[in-house]
Write a protein that binds this ligand. Sequence first.
Ligand SMILES: [Zn+2]
Length: 275
Amino acid sequence: MLLFLVVLAWYADPTNELTYLYAIIGAQLILGVIEHYLPARPEWIIRARQKTFNVILVFCLTLVALVIGDLYVEWLTAPLATLRSAAGLDIWPHHWPVLIQLLMVFVASEFIWYWMHRAEHRWTWVWRLSGHGVHHSFKKLNALNFGLNHPIEYFFILLPSLLVELTFGVGVAAAGASILTVTQTSIVHSNIRLNTVGIGWLFTTNHYHICHHSADLDESNTNYGCSAIIWDRVFGTFLDRDISEAGTGPTEPTLWEKFLMPVREPDDTSIAPGA
Ligand SMILES: [Zn+2]
């Protein structure tokens, strides 16, 4: 219903940039209330003080993401437009129904993200360079974890959709795909008992994604799609399993240790490549 509502809100006024902000706030409020009263794992409920701190952190990291997004647009728009002309990539079907275009951007962006995310878990230098360990370091997950990433990881997170948008000159459907993705990433980190089988064929669910957050290496090296699960099904990394523990190891690093993770891995990490 949440996915349907945000897509509907965007469809009603596709050029309204504030819909992205409303989608984040609306999804977080709805999921936060359900997590409070109907948590899948009561032991994952975090104290009000920690939650307030996380909200402030996500707000600050969102500002970082906006700056990095602007930098990418400045750096990539002209070269990718040149590439589009030179390589004959001016093929985007602008005349197709906009909801079909939205799904195309979504699935294509998730394809790029699938391989980038798999690389983060495969090679130590990509894991470190991206700071991806920070996103995995939390022992308790909830909807806010969608935005709890190392600041430098936004250079990775924002790239797939911008590459699709700017290479093909997508236009308005790209904004709809971003709104769908950000809502999905909130849902898939939520501490709510959800595993909708029908939706879970194309989109990842929080059951599948929490499996990726496991402190067990074999469980963590699965379900790389953070919004779509289709590419894990195609490339054989899909796993449907209940996990016993989330995080990078038995303990959660401090905020400072998380910030330093690109240069120094916590001693008890069990899922970092090469650990
Ligand atoms: Zn990961």
